[in-house]
Design a protein around this ligand. Structure first.
Ligand SMILES: Nc1ncnc2c1ncn2[C@@H]1O[C@H](COP(=O)(O)OP(=O)(O)O)[C@@H](O)[C@H]1O
Ligand SMILES: [Mg+2]
Length: 484
């Protein structure tokens, strides 16, 4: 008899649905992307199990039932802080064996072992969110409270049936996550950032700051990041733009990616980094490791917040300075936010050409003024003009990305930092998104990045270094002739 039949055969009451419900009803009740989940729009009515064939994995059903029984047996001991993780594991395994013994479903020894391992992982791992973490379609997990857990799939929010047994249970999972990276969450530090072993980013806030109980947000690490070709296929950049960017990176220009939150800056930086040749030594500096560098010769550095006693902080700036002493061919900084901008500019100006970073800004001009402000944050009391000169000579190209009204993320401008005029940095767009092209029948923007006809000054530099670009890349020959 197959396991599914055996489980059905038992004729127990229908168990709760597994955490990753895949019913079509979930789509229908999902709030739209634009509306963050809130109390009002999250009806937690249980879906009726469709009559006929349930589409659930019988093993999952059995697992869920065992888990519930185990939780009932373990009770508060599961969150007993005085018990070590090892003691807990031993205890859970003993109890679990008891529960499985009582189970009337006949199991092969191998099924049984698997079941014990799975349930114990669930109970001792990340609990009800483990299944969501394991689901590759889920990109973000948002735990608002014990029984209100949302996920993001393909950019849209969906409520789930996953739930924690109690606030203590949720709290225990949060503590487990943060203690694994040597951090603590308690009343004196009720907000914490951490990272799961797979690179996913975790933020937890507990009461009293989180009014409705502990809250947890996990941005899952993209196992399979977008490639240069993906961005071309999705229309985020045209093929000529990709060719230009590749030449810029290979030709060791300093490039800044600029965009708002979630526009795809890190993704673009990752794509740009893929153009770096294997022979170069790369040192990357990030707040939380996100870049997935493909090259063999890489050293990755990650900043560290202060510990509970307020000590031990290592800033991005500290790491950038340290990176300079590591004989890097390239320095990659995930995002400049503060005084490290000064060190980055100095590095770019003193032999570390080909460095790449991102900045949170809404236009290339805005990117410059933000960098200027960040340099001031370094506290060196430099005159504004000197800062601008540093910026103008350090940065060659700004890649501006934006989230368009059709929801797509695209390069809106490729802008050259061409020099200084009076006290102002001069910028010229080399490519700009054609907003006038309109939309297709599905509401998608038809435009792409079009050359402005301006041949950038850096084209000479690239040609000298063996990265000559086709003359027609920058627009019509007429446009070029006019400029000469
Ligand atoms: N060009 C793109 N098209 C579609 N989705 C994208 C694109 N670039 C990034 N994304 C997605 O957008 C989200 C945010 O991307 P990320 O690079 O982290 O943005 P940022 O660094 O600007 O905050 C991720 O889920 C990522 O997979
Ligand atoms: Mg980012």
């Amino acid at each position: 008899m197959r396991l599914s039949d055996r489980v059905k055969h038992q004729g127990r009451t229908a168990p709760a649905e597994p955490a990753t419900g895949d019913g079509a009803g979930e789509e229908a009740s999902a709030p739209s992307e634009a509306q963050p989940p809130s109390g009002e729009q999250a009806p937690r009515t249980r879906k009726p199990t469709p009559s006929g064939a349930p589409r659930q994995d019988p093993m999952a059903v059995l697992k869920q039932r065992l888990q519930e029984q185990l939780f009932a047996r373990l009770g508060s001991r599961l969150y007993d802080a005085s018990m070590s993780e090892d003691q807990l594991l031993e205890f859970v395994n003993a109890e679990l064996t008891g529960v499985v013994d009582e189970e009337q479903t006949p199991l092969s020894p191998q099924e049984r072992r698997q079941l014990v391992a799975d349930v114990s992982n669930d109970v001792l791992g990340y609990g009800p969110i483990q299944a969501l973490l394991d689901d590759d379609d889920v990109t973000e997990i948002m735990v608002n409270s014990t029984d209100r857990i949302y996920v993001e799939r393909a950019g849209r929010l969906h409520p789930t049936e996953a739930r924690f047994l109690s606030e203590d249970h949720l709290r225990r999972i949060i503590e487990r996550i943060v203690s694994e990276v040597g951090r603590r969450v308690d009343e004196s530090s009720p907000m914490v950032d951490a990272r799961l072993p797979d690179g996913s980013r975790v933020n937890a806030v507990i009461p009293p700051l989180a009014v409705d109980g502990p809250s947890l947000t996990i941005r899952k690490f993209a196992r399979d990041p977008f490639t240069s070709d993906d961005l071309v296929t999705m229309g985020s950049m045209s093929r000529p733009v990709a060719d230009l960017l590749r030449a810029c990176v290979e030709g060791r220009l300093n490039v800044v990616v600029s965009g708002g939150t979630g526009t795809g800056k890190t993704t673009m930086l990752n794509v740009l980094s893929s153009y770096i040749s294997d022979g170069e030594r790369i040192v990357s500096v990030e707040d939380a490791v996100e870049l997935q560098l493909q090259q063999p010769h890489v050293v990755r550095l990650e900043s560290r917040p202060p510990n509970v006693e307020g000590r031990g902080e290592v800033t991005i700036r500290d790491l950038v300075r340290n990176a300079l002493r590591m004989r890097p061919d390239r320095i990659l900084v995930g995002e400049v936010r503060s005084g490290e901008a000064l060190d980055m500019l100095q590095a770019m100006n003193t032999g570390h050409e080909g460095s790449l970073t991102t900045v949170h800004a809404n236009s290339p001009r805005d990117a410059l003024s933000r960098i200027e402000t960040m340099v001031l944050m370094a506290g060196m009391d430099l005159p504004v003009r000197a800062i601008r000169e540093q910026i103008a000579s350090a940065i060659h190209v700004i890649v501006q990305i934006g989230r368009m009204r059709d929801g797509s993320r695209r390069i809106t401008q490729i802008t050259e930092v061409s020099g200084m005029e009076g006290g102002t940095i001069t910028l010229q767009d080399i490519f700009a998104f054609d907003h006038a092209a309109g939309i297709d029948e599905d509401g998608r923007l038809l435009g792409t990045q079009e050359p402005t006809g301006i041949r950038p000054k850096f084209a000479e530099h690239l040609a000298v270094h063996g990265h000559a670009l086709p003359a027609d890349l920058f627009g019509s020959a007429d446009a070029l002739l006019e400029l000469r």
